[in-house]
Write a protein that binds this ligand. Sequence first.
Ligand code: PLP
Length: 459
Amino acid sequence: MDLNRYPAEPYRIKSVETIRMNTREERERIIRKAGYNTFLIDSEDVYIDLLTDSGTNAMSDRQWAGMMLGDEAYAGSRNWHHLEGTVRELFGFRHVIPTHQGRGAENLLSRIAIQPGQYVPGNMYFTTTRYHQEANGGVFFDIIRDEAHDAQAELPFKGDVDLNKLKGLVDRVGAGQIAYVCVAVTVNLAGGQPVSMGNLREVSRYCRGQGIKVFMDATRCVENAWFIREREEGYADKPIRDIVLEQFSYADGCTMSGKKDCITNIGGFLCLNDESLFQAARELVVVFEGMPSYGGMAGRDMEAMAIGLREAMQEEYIEHRVKQVRYLGDLLQDAGVPIVRPVGGHAVFLDARGFCPHLKQEQLPAQALAAAIYVEGGVRAMERGIVSAGRDKVTGKDHAPKLETVRLTIPRRVYTYRHMDLVADTVTRLFRHREDIRGLKWAYEPRQLRFFTGRFEQL
Ligand SMILES: *Cc1c(COP(=O)(O)O)cnc(C)c1O
């Protein structure tokens, strides 16, 4: 194996968790019982769990040691001061509000910064982000470059904002009708695709000129920084820390899911520069999350997060992280399996339209493919297609996204290259008898974020 292309793990293993493979007959029974929804399978019934990289990270010995330093005071915990100081230093924002996870921060931001009827332009949607925007009367408007919706377009920064789309909207409705611009780094649903520094700079310059605020969805900001260093001119020798800091210099604040690039299992926060928005968020956080000095997290969680955030900036860590994901993508690509190109930072996205050309989008190909992968080899993945996209709030019709994908998401520091071999083998085997994958229809469709708990039947 080429150790530059696929570096060895920059850590050694101190504690292990046993996993067990069940039989194909058992898995067929389990997936039927779960209504063909991989979210409804028990963890014990999964061999390799690539459902999400959210909260599934392995903490370091230092983080575990930090857990013992939890100051569980209701107010003024010392771990809060540690976390607040770390975030201010590494992100460069003035104010930090802790929340129980990323969506807690999205809830607060949407409540304080959106007037009903205002637009919230974003570089593609994320499920919980858009939910909170719409629940507060906002209208999501997609401003990602067109190529992001094309699974095969091979571009270094497929997550970039198309500035003309943003300008077109502002010219049409007026800057006063824009709540704020939301830029996600990286773009999860586009395949973990990065946004270039040049694009962040341009968006910021334009928005500042128009008096429009920019908030970043910072969930995978360290992975994004790594791609900037790998692909953008002028960044090859810059430390990851400096790149992260520069990214945020183009924003007025951010929402953060601590369950991703903070390498922890729970938590999140909201960052703001503006004083009056900060006051409003401090008033609301006590209603939904807790005191402004814990926001739904235990002291020990905040300590682990402060330590994890610093570890995430380590060069060897982030290089291995991104390249391990790429390794899985390369194996699948070499086997002829259709995937979203290029491979992003946290996951390999299978192109379900290419994988299951015999299924129409109404037959929920990505949902069916995720279920079939589980039956094939005990690997759990997630649908990111028409089921996740949900229905239009106004018309009640299904959003029908161009990208119909299954996400194989790699938890941080959890699995080895050999596990990736096993995943690639499972998917490749299934690909050889893909015409056996049967379409699905809804058996129970929840009204909110339906992909989490929805149930299906085979056609
Ligand atoms: C996970 C995620 C969120 C929401 O964060 P939670 O901690 O799961 O609430 C928001 N945006 C993106 C891009 C995410 O991946």
